[in-house]
Design a protein around this ligand. Structure first.
Ligand code: 13P
Length: 344
């Protein structure tokens, strides 16, 4: 495995490849397992993720790297092989979520605002994760849209923390995925696509200013933003073409061409919408950076449902996962079309 930050970042966004976000915290994976009526235990979490990582076709052809949770990077498959070894054997780079979650932002009068924590002791944790095989990391900041929100303090505090995290990662030889997520959920009826565009532009401008001040090398990082899209409960929904066009417009205004790649989160979009939007952006072409996926739900939802916690469904679940990975790989090349979406 190559060790230069730039090389790692470029491998993460290699043509037709994207990132599998499998870094659900124990709390989040429990919510996902509740839906299939499965107890979340160390073994059931291992079985589920082992099923994904043993999907040889998906992992070797369409996935460049996997974001892991602390428990998973230390876990072994049922036969004793480290889970990181399974993905490395398929040519995927292990990554690790290092933030400690979004916590209520002190001083904010709006109860929903958060700042992401986890900087204390991060230098030491990154050194350990590097030894465990991680060559990239993720830190997610969360910005909610509501009346008068996000606040200046929320945008600034989260951007500052992202920059301090990114600088620590690069010092440790780890590529930072910088993830400022403007949420698409929430109940605000005026959360249309233009409001999302405005907040996303402001957020990304602030993030890149903080990254500059922190001395972060842009060539050795990946940005993981939301797409520019209307809020889920907004009565005015934008067309797929408008989502693609406005997302690229905002990114061109804010993301320097020195950044090798942008890997989107899916954020609650349907599986197919997340794929379609990505494909439209790439099909329109003329982009200074690679545009690909770093999906959690939009890569896993179908597989989780097909698996249902049962060993006899592993093959069907792997088939569903491989199908989504392939569709998103095509989208990263701008070559997806709805007719390729046969049921997996
Ligand atoms: P979703 O694609 O489900 O939004 O998850 C991506 C992610 O890693 C969020 O931090």
């Amino acid at each position: 495995m190559t060790e230069k930050l730039e090389d790692i970042a470029n491998a993460m966004v290699a043509p037709g490849k994207g990132i599998l976000a499998a870094d659900e915290s124990s709390g989040t994976i429990k919510k996902r397992f509740d839906k299939i009526k499965l107890d979340s235990t160390e073994d059931s979490r291992r079985d589920y993720r082992e099923m994904l990582f043993r999907s040889k076709d998906a992992m070797s052809k369409y996935i460049s790297g996997v974001i892991l949770y602390d428990e998973t990077i230390r876990q072994k498959a049922k036969d004793g092989t480290p889970l990181t070894r399974l993905m490395q054997d398929a040519g995927c780079i292990p990554g690790i979520k290092v933030d400690m979650g979004a916590k209520p932002l002190a001083g904010s009068t709006a109860k929903i605002e958060t700042v992401t924590e986890g900087l204390d002791g991060l230098r030491e944790r990154l050194a350990e994760y590097h030894k465990l095989g991680a060559r990239f990391a993720k830190w997610r900041a969360v910005l909610a849209i509501d009346d008068g929100l996000p606040s200046f303090n929320c945008v600034k505090s989260n951007a500052h923390a992202l920059a301090r995290y990114a600088a620590l990662c690069q010092e440790a030889g780890i590529v930072p995925i910088v993830e400022p997520e403007v949420l698409m959920d929430g109940a605000h009826s005026k959360h249309d696509i233009d409001r999302c565009a405005m907040v996303t532009e402001w957020t990304l401008k602030t993030v890149f200013e903080e990254l500059y001040l922190a001395g972060v090398t842009l060539e050795g990082m990946i940005l993981k933003p939301n797409m520019v899209i209307a809020g889920q409960s907004c009565p005015m929904q934008a067309s797929p073409d408008e989502v693609a066009e406005k997302t690229v417009l905002v990114l061109k205004r804010t993301v320097p061409a020195a950044v090798p790649g942008i890997a989107f989160l899916s954020g609650g979009q349907s599986d197919e919408a997340a794929t379609q939007h990505l494909s439209l952006m790439n099909a329109n072409g003329d982009l200074p950076w690679k545009l690909t996926f770093s999906y959690g739900r939009a890569l896993q939802a179908a597989a989780l449902k097909a698996w249902g916690g049962k060993a006899e469904n592993v093959k069907a679940a792997q088939k569903a996962f491989t199908h989504r990975a392939k569709m998103n790989s095509l989208a990263a090349l701008g070559k997806w079309s709805a007719k390729l979406e046969k049921p997996a």
